[in-house]
Design a protein around this ligand. Structure first.
Ligand SMILES: [Zn+2]
Length: 427
């Protein structure tokens, strides 16, 4: 892209402009993180927890207050809004998720700001002994002088993905306050339940109405992610033969032993999340429930390629069949269902959204980095459903635990990227 207007904006974005955004982003992040909006995989309701709606109602009020149009809280718990365009161009969607991860305590988050970080170890008031050090987390060393935001030690921070929310709200506020700043029509979506894989409702692509979209749910500066895992879930159920242990000789078939056999027969030193990295997939036993008469084991299967995923499913089925053959009186079934697919399958046919973001990042003097995500995003499902949606950086680090942190200056650059993408889209 060689559009002169866009280049001028780019210069603004990388200098004093981002400094001005930092205070607003910090204020928003602190306010949003203090609201508990944790999702819950065990809940069948939509959204999975009612507390996520506290966050959503706040966003509806704030979006209305800054003059966004079509502000809606849908019956599936997503907040949608429009920033009207002032120039032709594709309709671009920007997404962030409001839920925080169920893996760690998210109640009573007390965010704090370490202004002008001195490059040393960071300690936590509510967890003596817990330290965040640049030696252990080298990216922190690069952020000396920045404003670092963390929780207080006994909760996660929730920058995943309140940082994305703060970035989009700040960008929206800026665009609505500066109606001359060029942009096509922009659509905002704040989704619930991303962390439990239920962020994208079947209605969302139609309701969003975007040609393509970006999720702001990534990590380090420069990251543009367009490859996610492909994911299946498997439920293995084992029915034994139940009888009083006092009369069990030759009759009892213990489902616990058969479940253990299945887990034990699967490879442990390869093909597990704890023994793989990079582009290798895995079979992960996430939980096992039941008793001697009946057991159920849940596995998640992950791979970047369709073939690799199918092979993992076939291996699991083969192990189940092998164990079943050792005990014909037991009944062992293995049901495999798809969860999400690698967004690359669709994006490689048309890399425009990725190249668009890459150009915008490069124009800001930052080197774009694309590494495959060993997980999924709302964008995985959205892309599969027809809205190509790569994932962009926010700055968030050490997510889903008490050492989570983010630099306010990284968030400012991500906000500038959002504005830059909007400006360049009109070129
Ligand atoms: Zn996230």
């Amino acid at each position: 892209m060689t559009d002169i207007t866009a280049t001028d904006f780019t210069t603004d974005f990388t200098t004093d402009f981002t400094t001005d955004l930092t205070a607003e982003l910090t204020d928003r992040l602190i306010r949003y993180c203090a609201i508990d909006s944790q999702s819950d995989a065990a809940s069948a309701s939509k959204p999975s927890t009612a507390i996520q709606l506290d966050m959503q109602r706040l966003l509806v009020d704030e979006l209305t207050g800054i003059g966004a149009q079509d502000v809606t809280l849908t019956d599936y718990g997503t907040v949608l809004a429009t920033i009207p365009g002032n120039a032709p161009g594709p309709t671009i969607g920007f997404l962030a998720h409001v839920d925080t991860a169920p893996q760690f305590n998210a109640t009573g988050v007390k965010p704090r700001v370490i202004r002008g970080y001195n490059g040393g170890a960071i300690t936590f008031p509510d967890a003596p002994g817990l330290t965040l050090t640049p030696e252990e987390f080298p990216y922190l060393a690069q952020k000396t002088g920045d404003d670092i935001i963390t929780a207080s030690g006994d909760t996660l921070l929730g920058a995943d993905d309140k940082a994305g929310v703060a970035i989009l709200m700040t960008a929206a506020r800026h665009l609505l306050a500066n109606p001359d700043q060029p942009r096509p029509t922009l659509r905002l979506a704040f989704t619930p339940d991303e962390e439990i894989g239920r962020g994208v409702d079947s209605q969302l692509p139609a309701d969003l109405g975007a040609d393509f979209a970006y999720t702001f749910d990534g990590g380090k500066l420069g990251e543009i992610e367009f490859e996610t895992f492909s994911a299946d879930i498997a439920k293995v159920s084992i029915k034994g033969v139940s009888i009083h242990p006092g009369f069990a000789n030759g009759k009892l078939v213990n489902a616990v032993h058969l479940a253990a056999k299945i887990v034990q027969t699967l490879p442990h030193v390869t093909l597990t999340p704890e023994t793989t990295e990079g582009r290798d997939g895995f079979i992960h036993a996430t939980d096992m429930n039941g008793g001697s008469s009946e057991m159920e084991i849940t596995f998640i299967l992950r791979d970047f390629e369709r073939d690799g995923l199918a092979q993992k499913g076939a291996l699991l089925e083969q192990v189940c069949a092998t164990v079943a053959a050792t005990e014909p009186r037991a009944e062992i079934t293995c049901r495999i269902a798809p969860q999400y697919r690698n967004m690359r399958y669709w994006l490689e046919d048309d890399m425009t959204p990725v190249e668009f973001a890459r150009d915008a990042v490069q124009a800001m003097g930052i080197t774009p980095v694309s590494v495959p995500i060993r997980g999924g995003t709302d964008g995985s499902r959205l892309t599969e459903m027809g809205v190509p949606s790569p994932n962009l950086f926010t700055g968030m680090q050490n997510i889903h635990g008490p050492l989570e942190w983010i630099s306010a200056q990284d968030m400012a650059v991500a906000t500038a990227l959002c504005l830059n993408i909007a400006a360049r889209a009109t070129g």
